[in-house]
Design a protein around this ligand. Structure first.
Ligand SMILES: [Zn+2]
Length: 413
């Protein structure tokens, strides 16, 4: 980070954001206290609460039902005089309503404020971003020099399990000239994320009395061979050539299940894999690697049957590109407010950026908090970063809507 505190972030936006710090922290705590664990996906009550909240600040609110009681929330503010023909550039601030589940009894849904941080499930992933986006919209209403523009807050369901909400949003014909995904990026501008795929590999051999193990086909041993072959071959998937610190492809066995009894040669063993794809790699590279490893692992047992199944939706690796006009515009806009918006490395985790970008909406990710804190039992976000996020979102929207450098110019096809 180059900015050392909100006060170092020049311009009125820091001051306006700082004035709303109490409101911002309260809003985040209220959001944390409404569990929206996915699975199963209890986004309904958060969407309802947030919808009523933003309606009070003059937003048009729409709940887009994706699954029963699992809506996307869309809030729209229109700025400037505008006219019927042209509502100005559309800037979308996009984040998600769902959080990953918390261990029972962890107290993660009882928000706490200490050491200058807000603690609780969703603090950084991604209710901190949501709260900052809402408060940024409120700050923007104080501006008197806006020409025209439309700010859309899209608070999506289902992000943690493949992006069903984002897919529903783009399927409904949603269009933005620029979109910012609120995820914990440490307030760096992130243009790229790795792909994600989950695979379940099941080895089916033959049971036998363990005293005559040679009569069986041991599925647990085959699975163990498979896992060690994977570890050896991981480096064979081409490494991406993304612009900044390309992340490697990783295949991580996360669940293994097999066997019945001490004295029975196991007939079946299941391995679940979490796969992260580097930039410029394809799902076919992954299939190729898995097929080779499976074949090699099962070779000693000609009768062994292996099945590879896809679980959930695959997400492709994506990159807006650091040279994209939108990136240049955003960094220039912040520079005009005296702040530096640093470029972040390729994001290790897949986000809804990919879904929006693949549908033709220029999109990057930017939000308060660190990915290392997300999904942990000590999830938290620094209050100073929440305030800074408000100032950044507001400054960007201000520039987009004041006619100086609307992102519309940055729109690709
Ligand atoms: Zn997230």
């Amino acid at each position: 980070m180059v900015m050392s505190g909100p006060q170092a972030f020049a311009g009125d936006w820091s001051a306006r954001a700082e004035r709303r710090q109490g409101r911002l922290v309260d809003l985040l705590c209220d959001l944390i206290a409404l569990p929206s664990e996915n699975p199963p996906g209890n986004e309904g009550q958060v969407a309802e609460f947030l919808g009523q909240y933003v309606a009070r600040s003059g937003a048009e609110v729409r709940l887009q039902e994706v699954l029963p009681d699992r809506p996307n929330l869309l809030a729209t503010w229109r700025f400037g005089p505008g006219d019927a023909e042209d509502s100005g550039p559309v800037l979308a601030l996009v984040s998600h309503l769902d959080v990953v589940p918390a261990p029972p009894g962890s107290g993660l849904f009882k928000p706490e404020i200490r050491d200058g941080r807000v603690w609780g499930r969703g603090a950084c992933d991604a209710k901190g971003s949501l709260a900052a986006m809402v408060v940024a919209a409120e700050c923007l209403q104080e501006a008197t020099d806006l020409v025209r523009g439309t700010l859309v807050l899209a608070a999506l369901m289902g992000e943690e399990t493949g992006g069903l909400g984002a897919r529903a949003l783009v399927a409904s014909g949603f269009r933005a000239d620029a979109a910012i995904i609120g995820e914990p990026t440490d307030l760096t501008l992130v243009t790229a994320h790795r792909g994600k795929a989950t695979r379940r590999v099941t080895f089916r051999g033959r049971a036998a009395h363990a005293a005559q193990a040679f009569l069986g086909q041991n599925a647990v041993v085959a699975a163990a061979r498979f896992i060690s072959l994977l570890a050896e071959s991981e480096g064979q998937v081409p490494e991406g050539t993304g612009p900044r610190l390309p992340r490697r492809t990783q295949i991580t066995p996360t669940v293994i299940q097999g066997g019945l009894e001490f004295n029975v040669v196991p007939a079946e063993c299941r391995v679940d894999l979490d796969c992260r794809l580097a930039l410029d790699t394809q799902l076919t590279d992954l299939e190729h690697l898995l097929n080779n490893a499976v074949r090699a692992a099962a070779r000693p047992w000609p009768g062994m049957i292996v099945r590879i199944e896809t679980e959930g939706k695959d997400r492709n690796p994506v990159d807006l590109g650091v040279d994209h006009p939108l990136v240049q515009w955003a960094r220039g806009a912040l520079a005009r407010h005296g702040a530096t918006l640093e470029l972040g490395a390729c994001y290790p985790a897949a986000t809804d950026q990919g879904v929006l970008l693949e549908d033709g909406n220029p999109t990057f990710a930017l939000g308060p908090g660190a990915l290392a804190d997300a999904h942990t039992d000590e999830e938290s976000v620094a209050v100073v970063d929440l305030v800074r996020a408000v100032a950044i979102f507001a400054a960007l929207a201000h520039d987009a809507f004041s006619g100086t450098a609307p992102p519309k110019a940055a729109r690709r096809g």
